[in-house]
Design a protein around this ligand. Sequence first.
Ligand code: IPD
Length: 274
Amino acid sequence: DASEIQACALFAEFVAKEAGEMIRRAIVAEKVFDLKSSVVDLVTETDKAVETFIIDSLKSRYPDHRFIGEESVAGGIKHDLTDAPTWIIDPIDGTTNFVHTFPCVAVSIGFSVEKQLVAGIIFHVMAEEMYTAVKGHGAFCNGLPIKVSQARTLSGALVITEVGSARDPLRMDAFYKNFKAVLATDAHGIRAMGSAAINMCMVARGAGDICYEYGIHCWDIAAGAVIITEAGGYICDPTGAELDQMSRRFVGGATKEICTQLCGILTHLTLERD
Ligand code: IPD
């Protein structure tokens, strides 16, 4: 029930804070990275250590829950999303930033019950901003309520997107087309924080009007989807259909209107599902 979910979210917030401290200590040290799906898809020992810490901590409190973690999946442990209470974890969202000491790195923890996202926790580590949301209870940054902007059109909007962690011709072609299409709307600008989770927090707090990306994974957007929705915003698939958490693409914006406009101008990509 609702109070149980709130208790889960509160515990996850505590775990995210501790995980953030691990990242804060490691970001100033020397970083060694390995490659995952491409030469621009990076992973470090810190990603793995932080994920282990988060999963172990949540498991000790909730032994019956399931877990989908970015690095566990990369290590070969694939869990389908089921109806069971499931934590969807990105230990460091913004690993490339982490490797380059660019201070936009986040711990992202989403919580799903019966395949519905019901809570999201994102700790923007270097800014010390804890974004939290529980379905039906609003969105907060460091305990204060946050709200999306009122933007209804791309004209005049601040749009956030990412190149992502692949450079294959199909993906790049769609990226350039979409970049051009967005600029042609007289949007005020395009930003990329290097962390899908932080991008979504920016939209949730009204600091950006809309964000979208093809190629993300469920752990990049699970928490952010709840935070944007609870901040009064709108989340959908880039086709305008309902968000499919495992489809590797999303649009999240201040209003349904601005999302519908963006969906209408995007060139869509269908990617291998999570
Ligand atoms: C990445 C970041 C990045 C986005 C990539 C993600 P990671 O997550 O969110 O902003 O463009 O698509 O994979 O690998 O740093 O956890």
